[in-house]
Design a protein around this ligand. Structure first.
Ligand code: HEM
Length: 149
């Protein structure tokens, strides 16, 4: 009887246990930040779209009123950073999987890194430098606490 054919060892797949240290942290970060984002976005949408007058309440005064409050500044900052890092980390993996040439891979990864940093920096500047009572503005458009400033 012919001997049984020799079977090749199965290829090592990218399972959780075979990932490197950085990859493992990236995997854990995506899960943890995903759950945190569900909570943050639910609060964000409830406060902006359901409570009070809902979507009709969103105007300059509403946004200015929120961004004059350190709680909402830091809430929005955490949501901004988590959403951007979660989204760009996901995109990084998609580029790793699909970019075919070295050149395309490097170009896309750098474009992604630059876009992520620019958006986080600009978003953070908005949150912490926003002037709720700009001089010379129509007082009827400003939050009530601007009166007398
Ligand atoms: C219809 C849906 C949405 C509406 C009407 C809305 C409305 C607003 C408004 C009025 C602000 C100004 C500040 C504040 O309210 O805290 C804001 C900021 C923000 N929203 Fe939303 N939002 C919506 C969906 C989302 C979703 C799905 C995300 C996902 C993460 C998000 C992330 C953010 C972030 C990070 C900021 C702060 C941006 C910055 O100034 O740096 N929003 N949004």
């Amino acid at each position: 009887m012919a001997p049984a054919p020799e079977l090749k060892a199965p290829k090592k797949g990218i399972s959780h246990s075979t990932l490197g240290r950085t990859q493992r942290w990236s995997w854990i970060f995506q899960r943890v930040s995903g759950v945190a984002l569900i909570l943050l976005i639910t609060i964000h949408l409830t406060v902006n779209l359901i409570m009070g007058d809902g979507i009709n309440q969103i105007d300059f005064a509403f946004v200015a009123g929120k961004l004059a409050n350190p709680f909402w500044q830091w809430f929005d900052f955490v949501m901004l950073v988590l959403a951007m890092v979660h989204g760009s980390n996901g995109m990084r993996m998609i580029i790793d999987d699909y970019a075919r040439t070295k050149w395309m891979h490097a170009t896309l990864q750098w474009a992604l890194r630059i876009a992520t940093v620019v958006i986080i920096v600009l978003g953070t500047l908005v949150l912490f430098t926003f002037d709720p009572c700009p001089a010379g503005a129509d007082a009827s458009l400003l939050p009530s606490f601007c009166e007398g400033i």
